[in-house]
Ligand binder design. Structure first.
Ligand SMILES: CSC[C@H]1O[C@H](OP(=O)(O)O)[C@H](O)[C@@H]1O
Length: 345
């Protein structure tokens, strides 16, 4: 099985798997400048909290590469303009902002010439990518440890795509699923299609099929019925931003899934790197929720679903309160939401 890497640094440019074309077409998009990266994040060619963090880091390097000055202060001022354009792409996933701040930190702490700063920025972007891959593998192993304590194989329900495509590789929620599968502790996956952009039906299903993991795609409104029939042993989802108290922003529909999980006493796990925790936010109340274009609701492919004259509301995320979350699977360990603060530096 060839590992899936959504962001690739090769021959001095970035290649992105175009996730808007999957599963019917696998294509790599060449990104040569930071404006292309801004567009790629906005249009979700690359998506998923950690993946857009990695993409933004490379976007910062591509932007730095285009700055033609040897004056340090001028360079740093122009790099901030690149940072702001990348910040404005999508508001919810904190990994994007974390990665940009890591790149700016490298630039401001780098001594030497502007060329040396640019070199250090590339190294930082590559390290962010490498660290995220290792983080996902650690999340996978920690999830295996906490879940594989029963003799029978597990059936896991997941929402959206928190897989290799959403990270530097391996995945967070799907990272746990991959680790369970490798350890022969997994019976199969139920993947919510995840309206309106269908990341579950298109991307999670694609990843599972690539690895031969049995996957059942269901529409989002079937999850409660599946739990009532006893088909689901646990739910594992990703995260875009976690507040200090454990309230978690994730793809729209996650909150509802947490409520029905509670109702059916199905364990509900969030799998996420610590870089997804925003310790500046005490609770999830102030997590910025991205609203996307209504066409994502009223159109599927070239088919229009709704008549003219209809209003729309298209929040891309919702916030699951900490009390509905059984535990958060991080790269360090599995913690109760209330214990997250222990990781605050
Ligand atoms: C590894 S967490 C990925 C996270 O990001 C997704 O959102 P989007 O596809 O809009 O970028 C979704 O919330 C996933 O859980």
């Amino acid at each position: 099985m060839t590992p899936i890497y959504p962001v690739i640094w090769r021959d001095d440019r970035v290649l992105l798997i175009d996730q808007t074309l999957l599963p019917t077409q696998y294509a790599l998009v060449e990104i040569n400048d930071y404006q292309d990266m801004v567009k790629a994040i906005k249009t979700m060619i690359v998506r998923g909290a950690p993946a857009i963090g990695v993409a933004a880091a490379y976007g910062m390097y591509l932007g730095a590469r285009e700055i033609n000055t040897q004056q340090r202060d001028t360079f740093l001022t122009q790099l901030e303009i690149v940072a702001q354009k990348l910040r404005e792409t999508r508001p919810t996933a904190v990994n994007l902002f974390w990665a940009i701040s890591q790149m700016l930190k490298t630039a401001s702490e780098s001594l030497g010439t502007v060329e040396e700063i640019k070199h250090n920025l590339l190294i930082t972007a590559q390290n962010i990518q490498k660290q995220d891959l290792q983080t996902c593998q650690n999340i996978g192993n920690n999830g295996l440890e906490i879940l594989a304590n029963k003799p029978e194989k597990l059936t896991i329900l997941t929402h959206c795509n928190a897989g290799a495509l959403a990270t530097a590789g391996y995945g967070t929620a799907l990272g746990v699923i991959r680790s369970l599968w490798t350890a022969k502790r997994l019976a199969g996956v139920y993947a919510d299609e995840t309206r309106p952009r269908l990341q579950g039906a298109k991307l999670t299903a694609w990843e599972c099929v690539q690895e031969g993991i049995p996957v059942t795609v269901i529409t989002d409104n079937m999850a409660a019925h599946c739990m009532k029939k006893g088909l689901i042993d646990a739910v594992i989802v990703g995260a875009d931003r976690i507040a200090a108290n454990g309230d978690t922003a994730n793809k729209i529909g996650t909150y509802g899934l947490a409520v029905i999980s509670k109702m059916h006493q199905v364990p509900f796990y969030v799998a996420a790197p610590l870089s997804t925790v925003d310790f500046e936010l005490e609770t999830g109340e102030k997590i910025p929720i991205e609203e996307r274009h209504p066409s994502e609701i009223y159109q599927v492919g070239h088919t229009r679903l709704c008549p003219e004259g209809v209003n729309y509301y298209n929040p891309a995320f919702d916030v699951t309160p900490a009390e509905l979350i059984t535990a958060i699977i991080t790269e360090e360990k599995v913690v109760k939401p209330i214990d997250l603060l222990a990781f605050k530096e």
